[in-house]
Ligand binder design. Structure first.
Ligand code: B12
Ligand code: SF4
Length: 445
């Protein structure tokens, strides 16, 4: 069969004011441009799991305008999308089905809303793709696709069996950053989390030799790559990651990942990360305000309990020259209009090299979605196109919707202004200097 793998791959924000600000604020647009050029690791992973004897083509579609440019001569089409572009994905699916091509839909959104997706697909895949995709391909080749594929409870995919994603399917000139996964899942349970915890309840590690093999496969195509770990939360298993860091040093790659704030408690690991090429860590700090953090992590209020260590943790990480991209969510239930000033002041005090602010978003399949739906506070039920993190989906509790919008715009304007950015980055450089002076003094004594 000729199989078309199609990724919906744009970035989205519908709020016109933010789009306008995004066009004029360098920090904002820089990051958006960088992430917009990432490939779909989900589909490259499926490509690797495809049984032999089939021809595979990988395509990305940022918006429906490029739909007519896609080839039509496929025997099977598989589409991947997150919530924000799922309606566009459905249109692509309808287009191919209209041409008589069977279409399979999968991914995080489809896992959360399989019945909705089934209206646009010949088959839907619920959960991780690695185990199910080979059967989908075999059934499609035999002309007997089932409407739904879903792993039985307990039949978890073991990341130790991961195959190298088919990076070779990409046009090397189109990407400046490449994603790879070193772990999947997260031990925490944040109410709003719409990452792989929607696919798997387990925290899984990819063996060190497999990660190295992926890095080498990437380097065979891009000799000096910048890597983005598509992990939900790296470094949870300290011993494993210390080994991985050691093993990565000779690879001489630069990379970025997502982690929780506890990584800062392990100075040896931080040193090893720096030596292994870590340049930036994205951390969901969520809020500088303890009241707003309460209840965010549902198992043990973990995020609230970390709050007293935020500044110290950022200093420990940034002192080693690893930039922290601190992420904050606006519109949490305890947020009142002064939260915007609090976030600005915290980012300044912490000297965060990068800051990301987003609005509390009710993604389908999350505990937050169910709670807000029960409260009657969903602003646009079922309109997944608003799940961009920049468009309001939840009616706030501690302020009006208008206050949330205008406060958010003001915060974006202030945070990414030249003055604030320069002040934060100055502070970052001070932290690096202070840390190396301390190190030099410790060595001397
Ligand atoms: C890389 C990335 C991107 C890249 C994606 C490139 C691409 N086309 O895939 C870019 C920069 C384009 C991007 C864009 C956006 N992103 Co993004 N992104 C990520 C990130 C960091 C990693 C995703 C990843 O690669 N995972 C690893 C792969 C292996 O997992 P996977 O895709 O889920 O695939 C597995 C299964 O789902 C399944 N599968 C997936 N697709 C299919 C299809 C078929 C047919 C089958 C059978 C199986 C299958 O098999 C795979 C293997 O098990 C995550 C955060 C995180 N740490 O996970 C956020 C994340 C996915 N993004 C998010 C968001 C909100 C966005 C944007 C809306 C941002 C914006 N404002 O524009 C857009 C949405 C674009 C869209 N298509 O809707 C949210 C999505 C939540 C949701 N449920 O929708 C996440 C979880 C971050 C968050 N803060 O919550 N993103
Ligand atoms: S710490 Fe991050 S990845 Fe883990 S559950 Fe919370 S939001 Fe999700």
């Amino acid at each position: 069969m000729r199989i078309g793998l199609i990724a919906m791959s744009g970035v989205r924000a519908h709020d016109p004011e933010l789009t306008r600000l995004g066009l004029t604020l360098p920090g904002f647009i820089e990051r958006n441009k960088v992430i917009a050029s990432l490939p779909s690791l989900g589909l490259l992973t499926l490509a690797a799991c495809t049984p032999d004897g089939h021809e595979i083509a990988y395509h990305e579609i940022a918006d429906l305008q490029t739909l007519p440019e896609l080839p039509v001569a496929f025997d099977l089409v598989a589409i991947s999308s997150f919530s924000a572009q799922i309606f566009e994905a459905y249109q692509v699916a309808d287009h191919y089905r209209g041409l008589g091509v069977p279409v399979v839909l999968g991914g995080i959104h489809v896992t959360a809303c399989p019945d909705e997706a089934a209206e646009h697909a010949s088959a839907v895949v619920v959960g991780e793709g690695e185990r199910l995709w080979p059967q989908v391909v075999r059934d499609a080749a035999a002309g007997r696709l089932r409407p739904r594929y879903e792993a039985a409870p307990g039949e978890e995919f073991d990341l130790r069996e991961a195959l190298i994603p088919r990076f070779d399917l990409l046009d090397p000139s189109k990407y400046n950053r490449i994603t790879l996964q070193t772990s999947r899942g997260c031990p925490h349970r944040c109410e709003f989390c719409a990452s792989s915890i929607l696919l798997t309840p387990a925290y899984k590690l990819k063996p060190v030799d497999k990660v190295l093999a992926e890095i080498q496969a990437i380097k065979a195509i891009w000799p000096r790559p910048f890597l983005e770990f598509a992990d939900d939360n790296s470094f949870v298993h300290r011993k494993h990651y210390r080994e991985l860091m050691e093993a990565m040093i000779p690879e001489r790659v630069r990379w970025f990942t997502e982690a929780d704030v506890s990584v800062a408690r392990d100075p040896e690991l931080l040193d090893a990360m720096r030596a292994a090429g870590c340049r930036q860590v994205l951390i969901g700090l969520e809020s500088p305000r303890s009241a707003s953090l309460r209840g965010v992590e549902m198992k043990a209020d973990w995020k609230l309990r970390q709050r007293p260590r935020y500044l110290e943790a950022i200093r420990a990480i940034q002192g080693r020259g690893i930039r922290v991209n601190g992420c904050f969510i606006l519109g949490l239930d305890e947020d009142t209009p002064d939260i915007f000033g609090d976030v600005l002041a915290f980012a300044r005090e912490a000297g965060l090299f990068d800051v990301q602010v987003t609005l509390l978003t009710a993604f389908p399949g999350t505990p937050l979605y169910r709670r807000i739906e029960a409260d009657g506070r969903l602003l646009h039920p079922g309109d997944w196109s608003r799940c961009t993190l920049f468009d309001a989906t939840v009616r706030p509790k501690g302020m009006s919707l208008e206050e949330l919008r205008t406060g958010f715009h003001g915060l974006v304007r202030a945070l990414y202004s030249e003055r604030e950015t320069a002040a934060r980055r100055r502070r970052f450089r001070e932290q690096v200097r202070a840390f190396s002076q301390r190190r030099a003094m410790d060595k001397a004594s």
